[in-house]
Design a protein around this ligand. Structure first.
Ligand code: UT7
Length: 331
């Protein structure tokens, strides 16, 4: 069976730059605290109310299609990874299909948080190899700035996240050894409430109360240290495993594109894998954590810098769920 491949990558971030010093003006935090703990210096926020994950996805998708030498009309299916959909339902993939002028094209939303792009990649890979669809538009897009709490109570989470979108077009590989070689997905719900959004929740009657809002339960809750530890451990393990599955060794990796949750997490993972820093993509300093968008933004910027040319690329992600995943792609 012939392989699937990433035919084009694109990204888009809003124009509004928010520095650590900007955040320090609205809540008790400092540039030094944020930079030292996470590596983040600035992030992007949507410019005004009404801009959703599907809006950020439009220019990212167009860039990916153009780089793939394709147009909107070539898209047979959309996979949209996000934890911050435009509205609770319907999915952002439906909005994106409409905005791209694609009536009737199926749209699947993937809700696997920071691992969402790699979960989507695995689905697209299987669909293309099985001949179900020919060209799949896979997007990771998030608007976090409207959903975090800019107060002392919420600061450990609020400083980490940013808005942005990344996209990839997945289609058939030419028979030249290039393409998606391995993809591996994992989940463990034992960690579900280490990083989660408790309210509104359909299991509660009612789903949301003024008391829940007073407690801040409509903002993400995170046990930072537990998530940090689990991220380092599982991203390292899944990276080793996908390389082994592909019959490759760490020295064969030209570029490592990890999820960008914390620069220190990625430095620990790279050190454990014995990967030198010049093979690791870091862009968290400019964008913060854009969850499902971090890996496709990293791929898109790497493409623009010529770093994907004939490169063997390792990807790994970890996040809420817990979910984690890895992939090896030869460009
Ligand atoms: O996308 C995947 C999900 N996310 C992650 O992978 C994130 C994983 N976790 C982390 O990156 C780190 O745990 C954080 C960066 C979130 C936090 O770093 P930490 O070293 O674990 O700090 P901490 O939460 O233990 O907080 C240390 C101190 C506390 O003060 P006290 O209790 O020591 O007096 C916090 O109140 O820092 C305080 N603090 C802050 N101070 C200034 C927490 N947030 C801030 C802040 N500015 N924004």
């Amino acid at each position: 069976m012939s392989r699937a491949h990433i035919l084009g990558v694109g990204h888009y971030v809003p124009t509004k730059v928010v520095t650590n010093d900007d955040l320090a003006k609205i809540m008790p935090t400092t540039h030094e605290w944020i930079e030292q703990r996470s590596g983040i210096r600035e992030r992007r926020f949507i410019e005004e109310s009404g801009i959703g994950a599907s809006d950020l996805a439009v220019p990212a998708s167009k860039m990916a299609l153009e780089r793939a030498g394709l147009t909107e009309k070539d898209v047979d299916a959309i996979i949209f990874a996000t934890l911050s959909p435009d509205v609770n339902f319907p999915g952002s993939g439906c909005y994106l299909g409409h905005k791209l002028g694609l009536p009737g094209v199926p749209a699947l939303d993937v809700r696997n948080q920071c691992s969402g792009f790699l979960y989507g990649l695995s689905i697209a890979d299987a669909w293309v190899r099985a001949g179900v669809y020919e060209n799949i538009l896979l997007v990771g897009s998030e608007v976090h700035s409207t959903g975090v709490e800019f107060t002392e109570r919420g600061r450990a989470v609020a400083v980490l996240f940013g808005d942005g979108a990344g996209a990839a077009v997945i289609g058939r590989a030419k028979d030249d050894g290039k393409g998606i070689h391995t993809c591996r997905l994992h989940a463990d719900g034992a960690g579900a409430e280490e990083l989660w959004l408790p309210a509104p929740a359909s299991r509660n009657i009612p789903r949301l109360t003024p008391e829940m809002m007073e407690q801040g339960l409509h903002y993400p809750q995170m046990n930072g240290k537990a998530v940090f530890r689990a991220a380092v451990e599982n991203m390292t393990a899944v990276s080793r495993k996908v390389l082994e599955d592909a019959g490759l060794e760490m020295k064969d990796v030209d570029l490592f594109v990890p999820h960008q949750a914390n620069k220190r997490i990625n430095q620990f993972v790279a050190a454990a894998l014995d990967l030198p820093d010049d093979k690791v993509v870091h862009n968290i300093e400019r964008y913060g954590n854009t969850t499902a968008a971090t890996i496709p933004i990293g791929l898109s910027e790497s493409f623009a810098e010529g770093r994907l040319n004939d490169a063997t690329v390792l990807m790994a992600a970890f996040g809420s769920g817990f979910t984690w995943a890895g992939a090896v792609v030869k460009f």
